[in-house]
Design a protein around this ligand. Structure first.
Ligand SMILES: Cc1ncc(COP(=O)(O)O)c(C=O)c1O
Length: 360
């Protein structure tokens, strides 16, 4: 048995899951095995929606493998990386026994999935030092070993704090937890960061998994295409536990178009604009009256603390600008998270905050 399977719930290691019509390997000319309609819908002008899709579309899997420089067997495609988070928690955590470790303030889905699975949540708060939020990695390892933690979620760049965890530090944690816990690095925003992805380290560190998504840099949030990159033995179990047809054919089509060389070149240009805008908005925001602090974020957003976050939020809203109010998150009771928009939209954020401060 592959060592990574020791971390999988014992009752699921050999679970076959649902055997769908598309997963049965047979060939033929006339397909009458899935109770599909023999005619396409009038609404389906490209005739791509009549049949159930391949559960893991091979062409998309291989395009994603090329993009992330891994092999297709290391990839499971799901409905956004959200589905991968949920699947990982369900497949690894025994309810009421195992735990999931998170580093708040951080993306909320890890805690939601833990709660739904009845897994305990172990929280190791980020440390807010003079320059940035930082993950307390020694404490992460210590608590993970002490508290039956099966999955450690590390978000890099972090949402909403925006910091990157150095690759060597993530690998050191994974080595310390080898055989005990899976370390999942959520790289939803890594395309916007100066640091490289850890995807290529998955092959040599079997308890490391990486989450990637087409929702952010690739501008396909509505297509819901994300993936987990992990040891092929773990991918195989996750696939068997996944819902029968998780990747809708129209979503596969748009994703494949987004991964052609021309579309990828356009994506790279958009990323460069976002990064330049991020640095420019960060400087200007930091100089704004009423802004206490702007974090050096590496994603497509900025986290800022305000003298009066409520007034800033309301002023932006009154001018039609909706940002994320972080005041309900731990350590962030004066903070807003602002996604980078177009240069014109970012200019409007600044102008609105400037005008609001002059009035007050
Ligand atoms: C850190 C992080 N991970 C994962 C996701 C989910 O992304 P997806 O659209 O791939 O489900 C988000 C969405 O905002 C996120 O911020």
């Amino acid at each position: 048995m592959s060592p990574i399977l020791q971390l999988v719930r014992e009752d699921l290691r050999d679970f076959a899951g649902y055997s769908s019509a598309r997963s049965t390997k047979v060939s033929g000319e006339i397909w009458l095995n899935a109770n599909e309609s023999p005619w396409p819908s009038d609404a389906d002008t490209q005739a791509i929606a009549r049949r159930y899709p391949d559960p893991q579309p091979a062409q998309l899997r291989s395009a994603l493998a090329d993009l992330y420089r891994v092999v297709p067997e290391q990839i499971l495609i799901g409905r956004g990386s959200d589905e991968a988070i949920d699947l990982l928690v369900r497949v690894l955590c025994v309810p009421a026994r195992d735990a999931v470790l998170v580093t708040p303030p951080v993306f909320g889905m890890y805690a939601v999935c833990a709660r739904l699975q009845g897994a305990r949540l172990v929280e190791v708060p980020l440390l807010d030092d003079a320059t940035d939020f930082r993950v307390d990695l020694d404490e992460v390892s210590r608590r993970a070993l002490a508290e039956h933690v099966k999955i450690v979620f590390l978000c890099s760049p972090g949402n909403p704090a925006g910091g990157v965890i150095p690759a060597e530090d993530v690998l050191a944690v994974a080595q310390r937890l080898d055989g005990r816990a899976l370390v999942v690095v959520d790289e939803a925003y890594v395309e916007f960061a100066a640091a490289p992805s850890l995807a290529d380290k998955v092959a040599s560190q079997n308890n490391l998994a990486v989450l990637r998504t087409l929702s952010k840099a690739h501008a396909l949030a509505a297509a819901r295409i994300g993936c987990v990159i992990a040891n092929p033995a773990l991918i195989d179990v996750l696939r068997r536990c996944q819902a029968p047809y998780p990747v809708p054919a129209p979503c596969t089509e748009v994703a494949l178009r987004a991964l052609t060389p021309g579309a990828l070149a356009a994506t790279r240009e958009r990323i460069a604009i976002v990064k330049a805008e991020r640095e420019s908005l960060r400087r200007k925001l930091a100089a704004c009256a009423g802004v206490r602090r702007v974090y050096p974020a590496q994603g497509n957003f900025l986290l800022a603390r305000f003298d009066d976050a409520s007034a800033a939020y309301s002023a932006l809203l009154a001018h039609g600008v909706v940002v994320r109010d972080q005041r309900g998150s731990p350590q962030l009771d004066d903070a807003l998270r602002i996604s980078l928009g177009t240069p014109a939209q970012n200019a409007r954020v600044l102008a609105t905050l400037d005008a609001a401060e002059k009035v007050s």
